[in-house]
Design a protein around this ligand. Structure first.
Ligand code: HEM
Length: 230
């Protein structure tokens, strides 16, 4: 077992399992965030954010999610360094230069850019909610008689007042989409869920998923920037 975990294949499998976990997180995160543009009063988003902040199951899942990110990043770094050592002369040139292969050759760079975005993103929002003493404490609002933090005001203020941050979030959504266009089926393949027929199918599901996530995250800042929220 310890041999498996230290082997390249073992690391790739664990990286893929953490990737699948992150995919699940993205589905939940995007679904909640889309409430931002479906209700301009902000009540729906605030109810959703309040539920996520107070639900005991989510409280357990959050540190596991953080661990998933750390595992994914550490193993991606180790595997990339090992690959570079094993293949000092770039093999990329021999690959087809279509979109997917570009993404597959640049997974580490795309992942790094997403990580930089993530640090800024957590500073923008997460810090104010979780560590208000270090950031800007949120206003309190009342929805259906329940007092909660006005997370909608925090997010909408950022996007309404900063073209720079809107563009940064759109760019991050594009990088994330590209990362997923290869990462999605690659995760399934590494955990053994792929043969000739399924590989093609998973590739297409992966592209679709990448587009949904990329476009989904990008339209939120654009919605506010375009003034649709009023
Ligand atoms: C329009 C785009 C986005 C919006 C409006 C948004 C909003 C938020 C908000 C409000 C929080 C704080 C939630 C809380 O702690 O209660 C948060 C946390 C977080 N976001 Fe985003 N997010 C966006 C895009 C992304 C993207 C693209 C990623 C991944 C690459 C991401 C990853 C995370 C993570 C890991 C956390 C911390 C875990 C959590 O609190 O759930 N977000 N986001």
């Amino acid at each position: 077992m310890s041999n498996f975990l230290t082997s390249s294949i073992g690391k790739k499998v664990i990286m893929s399992i953490s990737g699948l976990f992150l995919i699940a997180f993205l589905i939940v995160h995007l679904s909640l965030n889309l409430l931002l543009i479906f209700d301009n009063s902000g009540e729906l988003f605030n109810i959703g954010a309040h539920f996520m902040a107070t639900n005991p199951i989510i409280k357990v899942v959050e540190p596991v999610l953080a661990l998933g990110f750390v595992v994914h990043i550490i193993l991606a770094t180790i595997l990339t360094i090992q690959n570079m050592k094993a293949r000092p002369v770039g093999y990329a040139r021999s690959e087809q230069s279509n979109n997917a292969s570009w993404a597959s050759r640049n997974m580490f760079i795309l992942g790094g850019l997403i990580l930089i975005f993530l640090v800024i993103h957590l500073y923008n929002f997460w810090l104010n909610i979780k560590l208000p003493e270090l950031g800007t404490p949120l206003e309190i609002t009342t929805v259906d008689g329940v007092e909660m933090e006005n997370a909608y005001l925090m997010v909408s203020s950022l996007f309404k007042n900063s073209v720079f941050f809107c563009m940064l979030y759109v760019l991050a959504a594009i990088f994330l989409g590209l990362h997923l266009s290869h990462g999605f089926w690659s995760c399934f393949q590494s955990v053994g869920f792929s043969n000739k027929i399924w590989r093609k199918r998973l590739e297409w599901v992966g592209y679709l998923f990448a587009i949904v996530i990329g476009v989904g995250f990008a339209i939120i800042p654009l919605y506010f920037l375009a003034g649709f929220a009023g």
